[in-house]
Design a protein around this ligand. Structure first.
Ligand code: 9MR
Ligand code: ZN
Length: 571
């Protein structure tokens, strides 16, 4: 063909060049699973390829230029050369950029970055997710260029009928806090647990979290945004305390509502009768808050400590494991034995006050866990659990004790806890090594296990802090990689973040608003009972719901790697 003008010639050259370098446009193959957000430059970096292969390349996502080439290795757990999982390790590539993993004959992965800011945006969105969960006020977000909005909701929270049937219609203040999950109810055990994980993140990564601007509306200028968001929940938790110190277990409609925006949910909401686990969790979170908020707001800290002591006194007078009467409700139960909650309460009260009685009651329990079968301690809590959740909060107590700088710790208890923590972290490491997607809980799946994977980074980061052994920190990074795409689905499990994230989470706002996209920044529960059982389907509340205790764990994991110096640029 005769080319008549240099302009046309240039255009053709550009077109043909971009045809050769088509990696940016090639649809990703689900056979290459990789973290689809990004890696810190020094992070471990690997993709899992679900097909036999020899060599792989990491290519520039825009130009297709090869930045790194290597041999894929069969994953040992997959059975040598018959392995169905091949690992492409490119940890040595540290140059910031945007890349894809490419395997001839298989295809290319979704793009990802190598950057010191890699986790900033996911952190921001996960924190915005907490703000968007706020009950009792209007919320609005446009982070994705899509308007997510609801008006002030549940302003009548709540009635006391099920607490005191002699005074029908009587109400008490319980407005505020976060909705729990895809439903709009509020549960003390899970709320305190979530706030507890987030304040642990603060205790450990304060330097990184303190400067971050989360663009919260009408904020308190004296509080860092991170603490302001957690305080929204703590204020509500304090309102769940009765005058005598008992704590109402939850605040809820009698039955789950429909897929409508929260302000449209007008069915009456009720305080649920008290429970000893909720009461102990309130003690723990209020004591912890008194410590964390004191430098900013001494009055609030005093109020928190007084609340913690009041409820602790109530628990002392009621030593039995008192399960809440939930007979009026069919909503979430969050019902489990209180031994671990009492343990957390003791550890936090000691950390907040230094008073020996609190310390001793924690130490006694660590050194000689109460015998099985006792009435109030029907199930001794595991002191450091591998996979833990709202039903066993004892890990939070152990972290607090281990991190406390008070001089009066019992060396025997310190040793026992350190050993238990190390042993747990080592089991998580081993599980990740033996798993083709580096999943720290191997092949164990349960309701909300994605949250469990995120939460396991707490044990890993603590082990790293105490030993300075990099492998623990690296395993925590691999857990984030799993949640954001290096998993058998080759998809991100967090709405609005990474490649092909969940589109139909079990979330009443996402299902009830006009926007097509789901509300962003939420980790979905994840596959169970097997690896194959995750469905991106709104009806599948067992695997595709969202919940504060999963996001709180994710926020902890991301907080460990957020980069404050470049945070603004991320938004
Ligand atoms: O996360 C909770 C999980 O551990 C339980 O097995 C499950 C069934 O009781 O409930 C989960 O919590 C849900 C709660 O009960 C209601 N709000 C939504 C929560 C997440 O699915
Ligand atoms: Zn609400």
């Amino acid at each position: 063909m005769m080319l008549r003008t240099p302009g046309l010639l240039l255009a053709l050259i550009v077109i043909s060049a971009s045809a050769c370098r088509s990696d940016g446009a090639e649809p990703p193959t689900p056979e290459i699973a990789v973290n689809t957000v990004g890696f810190l430059p020094d992070a471990p970096k690997a993709a899992t390829i679900a097909r036999r292969c020899d060599r792989f390349a990491v290519v520039d996502a825009a130009t297709g230029e090869v930045a790194f080439a290597g041999a894929a290795m069969p994953h040992p757990a997959g059975g040598g050369s018959d392995s169905t999982a091949w690992i492409a390790d490119f940890s040595v590539l540290q140059t910031p950029g945007r890349y894809r993993v490419r395997v001839d004959g298989v295809g290319a992965s979704p793009p990802f970055s190598i950057s010191r800011s890699a986790w900033n945006r996911p952190f921001y969105l996960a924190m915005r997710g907490m703000y968007l969960w706020r009950c009792g006020m209007a919320v609005r977000d446009n982070s994705l260029g899509i308007e997510f909005v609801h008006a002030a909701c549940h302003l009548d929270d709540a009635r006391l009928d099920h607490v005191d049937p002699t005074q029908p219609g009587k109400a008490a203040p319980g407005v505020g806090g976060w909705h729990d999950a895809g439903d709009y109810n509020k549960y003390v055990v899970n709320g305190a647990f979530t706030a507890g994980m987030m304040l642990q993140a603060w205790l450990q990564f304060e330097h990184a979290l303190a400067p971050l601007d989360l663009q919260l509306p009408d904020g308190d200028p004296t509080l860092p945004d991170f603490l302001e968001e957690v305080k929204w929940e703590i204020d509500w938790l304090l309102s769940m305390q009765a005058a005598d110190g008992r704590v109402y277990h939850k605040l809820s409609t009698e039955d789950f509502g429909g897929f409508i925006l929260p302000e449209q949910e007008t069915a009456p909401r009720f305080f649920c009768p008290w429970g000893s686990a909720a009461t102990a969790d309130l003690v723990a979170i209020a004591a912890l808050a008194s410590r964390v908020y004191r430098p900013y707001d001494a009055d609030f800290a005093d109020r928190c400590l007084a609340a913690a002591r009041l409820s602790h006194g109530f628990l002392q007078a009621h030593p039995d494991d008192h399960r809440p009467d939930q007979s009026a409700f069919t909503t979430g139960r969050y019902d489990s034995p209180d031994a671990d909650d009492r343990l957390w309460a003791a550890a936090e009260l000691w950390a907040a006050t230094g008073e020996a009685t609190y310390r001793q009651s924690y130490e006694e329990c660590v050194l000689s866990p109460p015998a099985r079968g006792g009435r109030s301690r029907s199930r001794p809590p595991s002191i450091v659990d591998d996979l833990w959740d709202w039903g066993n909060v004892a890990n939070l107590a152990a972290y607090t004790y281990l991190l406390a700088e008070r001089p009066d710790r019992d060396p025997q208890v310190v040793t026992k806890l350190r050993n238990a923590l190390r042993a747990s972290a080592d089991r998580l490491l081993l599980a990740a090594q033996n798993h083709p997607y580096a999943r720290t809980h191997g092949e164990r799946y349960y309701w909300g296990c994605n949250g469990g994977i995120a939460r396991q980074t707490m044990t890993l980061m603590l082990a790293y802090r105490l030993t300075r052994q990099a492998e623990y920190r690296r395993a925590a990074q691999q857990s984030l990689a799993y949640l954001f795409g290096r998993n058998p689905y080759a998809r991100s499990f967090v709405t609005g973040v990474g490649f092909n994230p969940p589109r139909f989470p079990h979330d009443r706002r996402s299902g009830g608003d006009a926007a097509e996209a789901p509300w962003p920044g939420y980790l979905v529960g994840g596959p169970w009972p097997t690896e194959n059982d995750w469905h991106d389907d709104q009806d599948d509340y067992r695997t595709n719901e969202i919940a504060v205790n999963w996001n709180g764990a994710l926020i902890y994991a991301l907080a460990a790697f957020v980069e404050p110096d470049t945070f603004d640029a991320a938004n």
